[in-house]
Design a protein around this ligand. Structure first.
Ligand code: PA5
Length: 438
């Protein structure tokens, strides 16, 4: 049984047009699934929840246990698809203050991220913070050549080798990369680091359910069996080529219908601050997949209610090119009842006996009504609670929706040619050999 329920009621005018896409959806579904087991295509993520390397999965669990036992901190070095998925899951499912909890409350290592910027301040602050704490490193790069993580790894490898014996430093470094290619793979082989493989047919932003996401996620104490089980449920649930019965494909189609109607910015909304990085993961997934050939919906994110006090005005009355997809969580892990006060100085007694989640939900209902009235169509993605199983379902749901949506748009949702432009310019400015005159 899947727990995701989609409510299209607040995009009704558009919903009527959905079924016109039936044939196209069926064709794309067939094309995507025909490529799922092809090593030379980028559709391996489609079958990952059922067709993953079970041996590697056990090796991940074993490595996570070792890191939990010998490290205060796991440093995750990676950028884009090589860290956002892990961070999305870890921060959504763990305590909001996980990284600053006392060790006896947290019980598993702090997870800190680096190699996702070129800021010397960030790295200096991190080095200072680490001090004499015990660390392990998981460096993740599919290409094995990305500049930001490569620089961070060079710096932290030296720190590790000064901090521990060479043998111990090596035993604390875990490399997730391609099975054969790239500078990182060459280095890992030379130094005999423990390595994990990113399958050839799974691109960076679709890789959270491989070792890319699973090692940091397991180290942070999240149950990766449940995560995979959730993804398996979604794989099964959204396997119907018939648009009528496939809500994931309906969402993908609706996005395109809205786009045709000049709604070219989608805001993914959460009322749960823990989901901040889930939104970041989603933005990367859709932005890098769809923004091509001068086409594509611009993926944006908002956390309500805080952003209602910053972006709310624009959303209500600014340019009418927006639509929202709201993730609603039915039952919070914790709730707080508001008490009655004798003097009612803050005028809040009208809420006495109500819970904070009740207020949050009313804020959501009120906001959806206001935005829909202001011509911002709303799609609501409901889950019953925030847990590993639902997280696995959401990941698969959005990955599949993205592939379908991008294919309907007529672009290739699995490449990212535009990202190379800044790199070429940067390498030229930095004098990287081979980039002279480019
Ligand atoms: O989704 C993608 O392919 C990208 O965002 C990559 O994950 C990102 O550029 C990092 O690349 P790599 O893993 O090769 O270091």
């Amino acid at each position: 049984m899947g727990n995701i329920k989609i409510n299209f009621d607040n995009a009704k005018d558009f919903e009527k047009k959905i079924m016109k896409y039936s044939r196209q959806v069926k064709e794309i579904h067939k094309e995507l699934h025909a490529k799922a087991d092809d090593k030379n295509e980028f559709c391996g993520w489609l079958n990952l929840p059922t067709n993953y390397d079970k041996e590697e999965f056990e090796k991940i669990k074993k490595a996570a246990k070792k890191i939990q036992a010998d490290s205060d901190i796991l440093l995750v070095i990676g950028i884009g698809g090589s860290y956002l998925g892990a961070r999305a899951v870890i921060e959504s499912l763990n305590n909001t203050f996980y990284n600053i909890q006392a060790n006896n409350q947290r019980k598993t290592p702090q997870i800190l991220y680096v190699g996702n910027s070129l800021s010397p301040n960030y790295i200096s602050d991190l080095v200072n913070y680490i001090g004499d704490k015990d660390i392990s490193i998981n460096v993740i790069s599919k290409s094995g050549t990305t500049t930001e993580p490569a620089i961070a790894f060079r710096i932290f490898r030296e720190i590790m080798e000064n901090k521990y014996s060479l043998k111990e430093a090596r035993s604390r470094i875990y490399v997730t990369t391609d099975s054969e290619k790239g500078a990182l793979k060459t280095l890992a082989d030379k130094e005999k680091y423990t390595t994990f493989v990113i399958p050839d047919n799974v691109g960076g932003r679709y890789s959270v359910l491989t070792a890319v996401g699973l090692l940091p996620i397991a180290t942070a104490g999240v149950n990766i069996d449940e995560l995979m089980e959730g993804a398996r449920i979604a794989q099964d649930r959204y396997s119907d080529e018939n648009l009528k019965y496939n809500e994931c494909y309906k969402y993908a189609v609706l996005r395109n219908i809205l786009y045709e109607d000049e709604k070219n910015i989608e805001i993914l909304v959460t009322y749960e601050p823990k989901m901040h990085y889930f939104i970041e993961w989603w933005k990367q997934l859709f932005g890098e997949s769809e923004g091509k050939e001068q086409k594509g919906i611009y993926p944006s994110g908002a956390e309500f209610t805080t952003d209602l006090h910053s972006l709310g005005q624009y959303i209500q009355q600014g340019r009418r090119n927006l639509f929202e997809t709201v993730i609603s969580i039915e039952n919070p892990e914790n709730d707080i009842e508001l008490k009655k006060e004798e003097d009612d100085m803050d005028n809040l007694n009208y809420l006495a006996g109500k819970t904070m989640d009740y207020v949050n939900k009313k804020a959501m209902e009120a906001t959806i009504a206001a935005h829909v009235e202001g011509d911002v169509p709303n799609i609501v993605v409901n889950i019953n609670k925030l847990d590993a199983n639902n997280m696995g379902q959401l990941i698969y749901f959005f990955e599949l929706a993205c592939a379908m949506s991008g294919s309907i748009l007529g672009i290739n949702p699995f490449n990212q040619p535009g990202v190379e432009k800044y790199k070429t310019n940067m390498f030229k400015l930095l004098g990287k050999p081979g980039y002279e005159g480019k």
